[in-house]
Design a protein around this ligand. Structure first.
Ligand SMILES: [Zn+2]
Length: 313
C-alpha cells in the first residue's frame, strides 16, 4: 500500500469529509492509491498512456481505449458520488459491528437498494491479499454455525437433529486465529476431517501450536501440529494457555452483527460478510487513516456487477 498520498492524517469522519469536499479531490486520491507506481491501462495493462487536460481521463496508446481511475474497480459505472463511497468506506471499516444498508441509506441519502449494493461491493473489496500470510506460533482453530436458530422456530419448521453441530439448517464457518495476529475464516460445505484438515493446513504453518476443543475431527491432523485441546464437554474452557477464547469472541461479535445489524444472511452472501468481519478484525490495531486507505487500495480489479450479486448461485 502506498503511503505517499496527499491525504493528511485524519482521525475522524469530520476531517475526512472536510478533505474530500468534492468529486475531483476524491478522484485524485483514488488515482494516487491505484497508480502509486505510474498510471497503467486497466483494459490491457499498457503503461504508455496519454492524459487529458481535464486531469481525469486517460487514453491508452496500445488498445486506444479511454479510462479514468474508476474503470476496472468497484467504482466503475457507479452513479453514486465518490464522496459518498468514501464516507461508506470509513463507516464500514471503523464501526465495530458494521453498518446496515438501511442505516447507510439514511446516512448517505441514497436508496436502500443502492446502499445494499454498495456495501456488498465494499465487502467484496475487503477480501484483500494484505492478510494472506499463513498463521504460525500459537493458533486457535474452531468452527461455528450461522443460520436460523432452531429454538426460535415454530415446532413444525424445526429440523430433526439440528441441535449443536449440524449443517441441515445452518452454514458452517471454519476459522483460525494466531494469538496476537491475523484471523482467517471461510464458509464450508461440510464439517468433516477432510474439510477441516484442508482449511487448517492451507492457512497454518505446519508445526505450529494448535489450540482446539476436543471435537474429534481436530484429532485427525494432530500429528502435523503441536496439538492442545480443552474438553468443552467436560466443562473445561481454559487450561493454562490452552483455550479458543479469541475465536469465541470473534464468532460472538459476528453473530451479534448478523442478528442485530443485518438480521439475516443467506449462505450465498456469507463469504462477503466474512470478508468484512475478518478485514475489521485484522485491521483493528490500525489507524482510521491506514484502514481507510487499505480498503480503498483494495477496490481495484474487484469489479462486481449487480447481476452477479442477485443471481441464484
Ligand atoms: Zn490499453
Amino acid at each position: 500500500m502506498s503511503n505517499n498520498t496527499t491525504l493528511p492524517k485524519f482521525t475522524n469522519l469530520i476531517q475526512l469529509m472536510q478533505y474530500f469536499s468534492d468529486e475531483n479531490v476524491c478522484l485524485q486520491h483514488l488515482k494516487e492509491m491505484r497508480w502509486a507506481n505510474g498510471v497503467y491501462c486497466p483494459h490491457c495493462g499498457c503503461m504508455k498512456v496519454y492524459s487529458f487536460t481535464d486531469g481525469k481521463r486517460y487514453k491508452c496508446s496500445d488498445c486506444r481505449k479511454q479510462f479514468t481511475a474508476k474503470v476496472g474497480s468497484i467504482f466503475e459505472n457507479t452513479k453514486i458520488p465518490l464522496q459518498k463511497w468514501f464516507v461508506a468506506i470509513y463507516l464500514i471499516s471503523s464501526h465495530k459491528k458494521g453498518i446496515s444498508s438501511l442505516q447507510l441509506a439514511k446516512d448517505l441519502g441514497i436508496t436502500q437498494k443502492n446502499a445494499w449494493f454498495l456495501l456488498h461491493r465494499l465487502r467484496h473489496a475487503s477480501n484483500t491479499s494484505a492478510f494472506n500470510a499463513p498463521l504460525s506460533n500459537t493458533v486457535e482453530a474452531d468452527e461455528t454455525y450461522i443460520g436460523g436458530k432452531e429454538k426460535n422456530k415454530h415446532k413444525s419448521k424445526k429440523t430433526e437433529g439440528t441441535q449443536g453441530r449440524s449443517t441441515k439448517t445452518k452454514t458452517p464457518v471454519l476459522a483460525v486465529v494466531e494469538r496476537g495476529g491475523l484471523i482467517k475464516a471461510a464458509k464450508s460445505e461440510n464439517v468433516d476431517s477432510k474439510a477441516i484438515g484442508k482449511f487448517i493446513t492451507n492457512n497454518v504453518v505446519l508445526g505450529s501450536t494448535l489450540m482446539t476443543d476436543e471435537y474429534r475431527i481436530y484429532q485427525t491432523i494432530k500429528w502435523l501440529y503441536k496439538h492442545n485441546y480443552v474438553k468443552h464437554g467436560a466443562g473445561e474452557y481454559v487450561v493454562n494457555d490452552c483455550h479458543t477464547n479469541t475465536l469465541e469472541g470473534f464468532f460472538s461479535l459476528l453473530k451479534r452483527s448478523i442478528v442485530g445489524i443485518y438480521h439475516f444472511v443467506s449462505a450465498k452472501h456469507l463469504d462477503n460478510y466474512l470478508n468484512e468481519a475478518t478485514f475489521r478484525y485484522n485491521s483493528k490495531d490500525w489507524t482510521e487513516h491506514d484502514r481507510f486507505n487499505m480498503l480503498l487500495s483494495a477496490t481495484a480489479g474487484k469489479r462486481l456487477t449487480y447481476q452477479s450479486l442477485i443471481a441464484n448461485s
